[in-house]
Design a protein around this ligand. Structure first.
Ligand code: ATP
Length: 234
């Protein structure tokens, strides 16, 4: 479904990614794990067209999307939940969801999308008129996910969904990620919480200083001694 080939990305003189190749197959949850600054977020933002690569290519469903502008990539079926949620703080829950549906052409589709988000996240329905800034961290994460789902993506890019959340909420968010995946949305997941990520992913890539150093099935990586020592706290 998604093929990233030999991607290199620079921020000025800083090399964030060096010849990264990875793929996501239809129906999978693929996790990207690695330490702070390893380049995980940069992979997602380059796929979604927010950051430009200096070399390499990205193909989605057979089409080259490497130089496509971000808004067009959304119309192709890729949507991102950014690190730190980035909800529109002064807008209501409902207005945030409407913003996520910016590519939808008619009101009926937007209404259906909002209803779907409320079914998936009943908490958001209860708070539909509240300003997003008044929501808890977990609720904001739900809102950011609901907003990204409004465009009916076939590939959802999730950046650090567990960040700053209490353990019980982390479990809840991960249950919902699995549910979203089971209803047919393919997922690429960036996580500091490697053990949670590997517990739901099918496959994973390990990044170190901008390079893929290991990849494989999530269960193989979870039992790999190097991974256990470096990322699973052993
Ligand atoms: P984190 O979990 O901290 O977000 P990450 O694995 O997602 O880490 P990136 O955010 O992709 O890593 O960062 C990769 C490298 O690029 C790091 O060295 C980081 O300092 C640098 N970097 C990221 N964004 C920028 C930017 N806007 N300007 C300059 N350097 C940046």
């Amino acid at each position: 479904m998604l093929t990233v080939d030999n991607l290199s990305v620079y921020y000025g003189a800083i090399r964030a990614l060096h010849q990264v190749s990875c793929r996501v197959d239809q129906g999978e949850i693929v996790a990207l794990i690695g330490a702070n600054g390893a380049g995980k977020t940069t992979i997602l933002t380059t796929i979604s067209g927010i950051v430009s690569s200096s070399t390499g290519s990205i193909a989605f469903e057979g089409e080259d999307i490497t130089r496509m502008p971000a808004h067009q990539i959304v119309t192709k079926g890729i949507s991102q939940v950014p690190e730190g949620r980035r909800v529109f703080a002064r807008m209501s829950v409902q207005e945030n969801l409407e913003m996520g549906g910016f590519i939808l052409s008619n009101k009926q589709e937007i209404k259906q999308g909002i209803e779907r988000a409320f079914t998936l996240f009943p908490r958001l329905a209860e708070r539909r008129k509240q300003a997003a800034r008044t929501l808890s961290g977990g609720e904001q994460q739900m809102l950011a996910m609901g907003r990204a789902l409004m465009s009916n993506p076939r590939l959802l890019l999730l950046d650090e969904p567990s960040m700053g959340l209490a353990p019980m909420l982390v479990e809840k968010i991960f249950e919902i990620i699995v549910e979203i995946n089971k209803t047919g949305t393919t997922i690429m997941l960036v996580e500091q919480n490697a053990s949670m990520a590997l517990s739901i992913a099918h496959r994973a890539y390990v990044l170190e200083t901008g390079e893929v150093v290991l990849s494989g099935s999530a269960s193989d990586l979870a039992s790999n001694p190097e991974v256990r020592k470096a990322y699973l706290g052993e």
